[in-house]
Design a protein around this ligand. Structure first.
Ligand code: FES
Ligand SMILES: [Fe+2]
Length: 385
């Protein structure tokens, strides 16, 4: 649906600062090459603590970060072969979350029925992706497609960030080209104009015109001379829950959001720059260029953004009833999408719960004594006993 691009005053819905995520998408939790074989790390996707480990065969697994025995965080344990062993009593769990060993249990005794929740996990673009929602839906979604990844003519720069802020504030910052004002000393962009705005069930796409000038613009091939002003269209796509933005074949950004909790978010981003250098020069220079771009450009921009977004969060917390005013319809559309995705998920899950409830009522009614599950459990108990 095409939306108006007029900048008009609207009140920000406070609900967007408190909503949860739609977990039925893939979320990035770490750089794949930083998780070595035999290592385990704790990660959090919207208040769900998850232990991610790489077994000694190189396979990555994701288990709920709570031992089914007493709840101790499994990431405190260690990887043994294909399994994760809890630090407390040494119970061992395989990649399917099944308890496969209790070190002090007599060999003739049956293992307890202890199952850790598992999450679908995959590696793509040197990122580890976890699907925190309904595992049955994991194959219906995919991490975003990155056409520039591993393409020799693009210089790729990965950047990670942590924000002490709700993910809605971080996402608005990425969609909001009108904050070039903040980056003026870093020779960012200026004179933004919102050209078009489209919204679908799961995305918002905004096209802006922005102007560039200065040494940075020259280095990135935006202009031939530092004093020259160049105006270009930039498109920003928020495809829930991640971002893609492109500056006319000159640079692209894939920003993957990891909402951690009410006031904590992370991002894993890839910047791609089309550097006008021959391949034989670009290849050996790549690590140096990556470091320079990270340190002298991207991290500086990011530090300014983080300061603003965290300040926004702090003020919000002091008085959540206070009303704020927005005039960029792209931001209002992003807020609407975030709230809508969360509501859709809540509706789906309550629908599913009702369905389960109805099914279990029906099976109870059909079996006035014991359901087959109960029968199985009783058989099992008598075997253990
Ligand atoms: S709490 Fe994990 S083995 Fe006891
Ligand atoms: Fe910024």
């Amino acid at each position: 649906m095409e939306l108006a691009t007029t900048l008009t005053s609207q009140t920000v819905q406070n609900a967007v600062r408190e909503v949860g995520i739609n977990p039925n998408y893939w979320y990035p939790v770490g750089w794949a090459n930083q998780l070595k074989s035999g290592q385990v790390i704790p990660v959090t996707i919207w208040q769900q603590a998850i232990a991610v480990y790489r077994d000694t065969n190189g396979q990555v697994h994701a288990l709920e970060d709570a031992c089914p025995h007493k709840g101790v965080a499994l990431h405190k344990g260690e990887v043994q072969g294909c399994n994760l062993t809890c630090a407390y009593h040494g119970w061992e769990f395989n990649g399917k979350g099944e308890c496969v060993n209790v070190p002090y249990l007599p060999p003739e005794q049956k293992l307890p029925r202890a199952q850790a929740r598992t999450y679908p996990v995959q590696e793509k673009y040197n990122l580890i992706w976890v699907f925190p929602g309904d595992p049955a839906l994991a194959t219906s979604q995919q991490p975003p497609l990155m056409a520039e990844y591993d393409q020799a003519h693009w210089l790729m720069v990965p950047v990670t960030a942590r924000f002490r802020a709700h993910f809605s504030m971080c996402n608005e910052n990425t969609m909001d080209v009108f904050h070039g004002f903040l980056h003026k000393k870093l020779q960012g962009w200026f004179d933004p104009v919102l050209l078009s705005l489209k919204e679908t069930e799961s995305s918002v796409c905004a096209e802006y015109n922005v102007s560039y000038k200065g040494r940075m613009a020259k280095f990135l091939g935006l202009s031939d001379r530092a004093s020259q002003v160049t105006t270009l269209p930039i498109s920003i796509h928020y495809r829930y829950p991640h971002y893609y933005s492109s500056l006319q074949g000159i640079s692209s950004l894939y920003l993957m959001r990891l909402p951690v909790g009410l006031t904590q978010s992370r991002s894993f981003a890839y910047f791609f720059f089309r550097v006008r250098l021959p391949q034989w020069i670009l290849k050996p220079l790549q690590p140096l260029l990556q470091t320079l771009l990270q340190r002298f450009m991207l991290l500086r921009f990011l530090a300014q953004d983080i300061e603003m977004v965290e300040s926004e969060q702090q003020t919000y917390l002091t008085n959540p009833q206070r009303r704020y005013v927005e005039i960029n319809p792209a931001i209002i559309a992003v807020q609407r999408l975030i709230v809508r995705q969360y509501e859709q998920f809540m509706q789906q899950s309550s629908h599913l719960q009702n369905k389960r409830q109805t099914n279990s009522n029906v099976s109870d009614a059909m079996s006035p004594t014991l359901t087959s599950d109960h029968t199985e459990a009783t058989k099992e108990n008598s075997l253990i006993g």
